[in-house]
Design a protein around this ligand. Structure first.
Ligand SMILES: [Zn+2]
Length: 399
């Protein structure tokens, strides 16, 4: 009975006794939170009007940032089912997916393509506090070549002029980003991940519209020509990046273009296979590119490309709420746990234009925090196995 009354008087939160682990390293310190922000880190004396979370022997990391999810897709065997759903269905499913994503420790996410601006309106509902979920940045409909990858729900275009119109439509719909398909992909039949789809001119038209509106562009790109087109056109991130060669990697380093690897996406489809209903063409293409993806990822890591974590959650058997599996795959493919944490916090924040405010545990940063009972620098599996609490904007979501 006293619960709500007591809580109403409590204005802050003190997380006590944990070892802080972020991209700046490991250190001990209490963390005081007020109005959704970290206001003090160190040896902090508790005050009367704050809730104390005792975390002795536990670890405190920044909330994870997933730079590539699809809240309108629900990880069934064939994403083309999206075409048969009403907006109401998409919205209710997406809201549940957002809740699961937050409870899995993802406190900020970029949605890389939905339908009907459902994910963009969900972003606003989360911001208003009516729906529980991560802070979202959205990109509306993917912009693709007519008949190309994701054409069953994307905005299909014919030529640069139409690309301008398509970008303006997304911006008018309230998006934060623009998403283009520079090559074919795995989950669409009759397209080839190794072949370019949109032309450089078409992508440039989208990038230019975005630039004038302050919306950066992200490019789905597997094959070399498609990656090159997207880079020349000026996108800020390459999604997947399967066949990035030395020249492309050099370009990415020089121009500060990010790679969002999404290693889990093909792995999930291969593991499920046709036995679980994934279409044969998708399993076949996933198997063809999976090894190349991991090799290209390792090359990018070695050469110093900025890597931002992304899962492609929502694609077949890659469910919302399992996002942290991507860190395990990044480590398996050559990163240290510390690098995987950096990719999932500060570097991801940088890609999303949130640097200086998100991704570290320091005074002035947003109080997006994870309390974990084991050290993530020993094994990143602890994000899935040993997560004890998620703090989002200073509010304890799960204990
Ligand atoms: Zn995607």
């Amino acid at each position: 009975m006293l619960g709500p009354f007591v809580r109403a008087r409590v204005s802050g939160l003190l997380i006590r006794g944990a070892t802080i682990v972020d991209a700046r390293g490991e250190r001990s310190g209490d963390v005081r939170v007020r109005d959704g922000r970290i206001v003090e880190v160190g040896d902090v004396r508790s005050e009367a009007d704050e809730r104390v979370l005792a975390a002795n022997g536990w670890f405190l990391t920044p909330g994870l940032i997933d730079c590539h999810i699809h809240l309108c897709h629900q990880a069934g065997p064939d994403p083309r089912v999206i075409a048969g759903k009403t907006d109401t269905q998409l919205a209710t499913e997406a809201a549940e997916a957002a809740r699961r994503t937050l409870h899995a420790g993802v406190t900020t996410a970029r949605d890389c393509g939905g339908r009907g601006f459902v994910e963009t309106q969900l972003r606003d509902a989360i911001r208003a506090g009516t729906v529980e979920g991560p802070r979202l940045l959205t990109s509306g409909h993917p912009i693709v070549r007519r008949g190309g990858h994701m054409s069953y729900y994307a905005r299909q275009i014919d030529g640069p002029e139409d690309a301008h119109a398509a970008a303006r439509e997304q911006i008018a719909g309230g998006v934060d980003w623009l998403k283009v398909a520079a090559t074919g992909g795995v989950t669409t039949p009759n397209v080839d991940p190794r072949r370019a789809e949109l032309t450089e001119e078409e992508i440039r038209a989208v990038v230019d519209e975005g630039r004038r509106a302050g919306r950066p562009a992200a490019a789905h790109a597997h094959g070399g020509d498609g990656i090159r087109n997207a880079l020349e056109a000026g996108v800020r991130s390459i999604e997947h990046g399967t066949y990035a060669d030395d020249d492309m990697i050099r370009f990415m380093v020089q121009h500060g273009v990010f790679l969002v690897p999404t290693l889990i996406a093909t792995r999930a489809m291969i593991d499920a296979g046709t036995a679980k209903g994934v279409p044969e063409y998708a399993v076949k293409k996933a198997a063809e590119i999976d090894g190349e993806r991991r090799k290209s990822f390792a090359r990018c890591v070695a050469r110093g490309v900025k890597i931002a974590m992304g899962t492609d959650a929502g694609t077949p058997f890659n469910p919302h709420g399992e996002n942290a599996r991507e860190l395990e795959l990044m480590v398996e493919a050559g990163m240290t746990p510390a690098q995987a944490l950096e990719a999932s916090t500060v570097t991801a924040a940088k890609l999303l234009g949130l640097e200086g405010e998100f991704g570290l545990i320091e005074e002035g940063y947003a109080a997006d925090l994870l309390v974990i009972s084991k050290n993530p620098l020993d094994d990143t599996i602890v994000f899935r196995r040993d997560l004890q609490a998620v703090v989002r904007s200073g509010r304890v979501i799960r204990t």
